[in-house]
Ligand binder design. Structure first.
Ligand code: PMP
Length: 369
């Protein structure tokens, strides 16, 4: 990539934080295996346990509840195995929906409003045995926040366990595992400025899940395999920085709101998806009916700006987003939606660059779509 770029795709992957890079570089030179009893091993163990405390602290969990994984996909696959019945909304990430479908569990659909808010269609009951409600804390495409505490309380009253995918919420809003009532929660390092390929499943003390990866006794026998010490160190440093910067999210929300009003002013017919729901401060899903999102993304890319069409995680397939479809949006609206997602190091100038390019597209010749 050459020339000055404006990166507005934090929900796909946030830039690596300097603290995370420093922690990783230092950890790479620690030769010990965290399971070894000698000094080198204990040094590596200390790095892993310090990171566990930082990650736990970001989401108000106990360190003993944090199990490091290869990412949130692994955490989600693990959390969704072994259930007889799963309550599931169509807005969930593929790494939730795919393992649930593959598991053969009885699936009970949740209702999703056009603003992207999920609810039970009827009073939940554990009719088929061991049951789970899975409900993301915030959506990756729209930023819409779910009332996990409330739906979770209804579920628990019916003897239904609760899992929440907090990948996009962590570091952007306060996440409180202790008071959320979920028995498990997935996290991803690279959405908060840590390295890709690291994550965690937070499992409430007292809840036992059969390991997805069995073998050695690492992670207190819950997840086998020698720990990825450098990635975990980076994840921990990113969690510490993200917790410190939570207060900066008000400024991020202001930038996002300014972007949205300027876009709506410039473009008749454009709309912000999920605007009436509670949303993450950093995410904007903007539909421009009549356009094709991929075309907009390419035009913006040529202008030096990185945004996404639908979920970048599933890019490569052109077409409508499953999330927006689950919200019942018209296909023409869904197909035109781009996602702009920012962070605490996004500047007013970055937003200005985006708006200039957007206005050029609005005012200029009809975009071939
Ligand atoms: N859940 C959500 C909501 C996500 O946005 C993502 C990443 N796109 C994941 C899970 C998967 O995370 P990872 O990339 O760490 O596997």
């Amino acid at each position: 990539v050459t020339g000055k770029r404006t990166y507005l795709d934090y929900n796909a992957s946030a830039p690596l934080r300097a603290e995370a890079r420093d922690a990783m570089v230092a950890a790479l030179d620690v030769c010990g295996n965290p399971s070894s009893v000698h000094s080198e091993g204990r040094h590596a163990r200390k790095i892993v346990e310090a990171a566990r405390e930082e990650v736990a602290s970001l989401v108000n969990a106990r360190p003993s509840e944090v199990v490091f994984t290869s990412g949130a996909t692994e955490a989600n696959v693990w959390a969704h195995s072994g259930w007889a019945q799963v309550f599931l909304a169509g807005i969930e990430h593929d790494s939730v929906r795919a393992p649930v479908s593959a598991s053969g569990a009885v699936i009970v659909d949740l209702a999703v409003s056009t603003d992207g808010v999920a609810s039970f269609k009827s009073t939940p009951r554990a009719d088929h045995g061991r049951s789970l409600l899975t409900l993301q804390l915030a959506n990756n495409e729209t930023g819409v926040i779910q009332d996990v505490a409330h739906l979770g309380e209804m579920a628990r009253g019916a003897n239904i366990y609760v899992h929440t995918d907090a990948v996009q919420a962590a570091g952007r809003i306060a996440v409180d595992f202790k008071n959320l009532g979920a028995s498990s929660m997935s996290l991803s390092s690279h959405k908060i400025g840590g390295p890709k390929g690291a994550g965690a499943l937070v499992i409430r003390d007292g809840v036992t899940l059969v390991p997805l990866i069995a073998g050695g006794g690492q992670e207190r026998r819950r997840r086998a395999g020698t720990e990825n010490v450098a990635a975990i160190a980076g994840f921990g440093a990113a969690a510490r920085a993200a917790a410190r910067e939570l207060s900066g999210m008000d400024r991020v929300r202001d930038l996002r709101d300014r972007l949205e009003s300027a876009v709506l002013d410039a473009t008749p017919g454009a709309m912000v998806i999920g605007v009436s729901a509670g949303r993450l401060p950093n995410t904007s899903c903007i539909a421009w009916p009549g356009k094709i999102a991929e075309t907009l993304v390419i035009k913006l890319d040529l202008a030096g700006i990185a945004v996404s069409a639908g979920a970048a995680c599933s890019s490569g397939k052109v077409g409508s987003s499953a999330v927006l479809e689950a919200m019942g949006l018209e296909p023409g609206v869904a197909r035109s939606a781009i996602r702009v997602s920012i962070g605490t190091d996004t500047t007013a100038e970055d937003i200005g660059v985006f708006l200039a390019a957007w206005k050029a597209m609005s005012g200029g010749a009809q975009i071939a779509a």
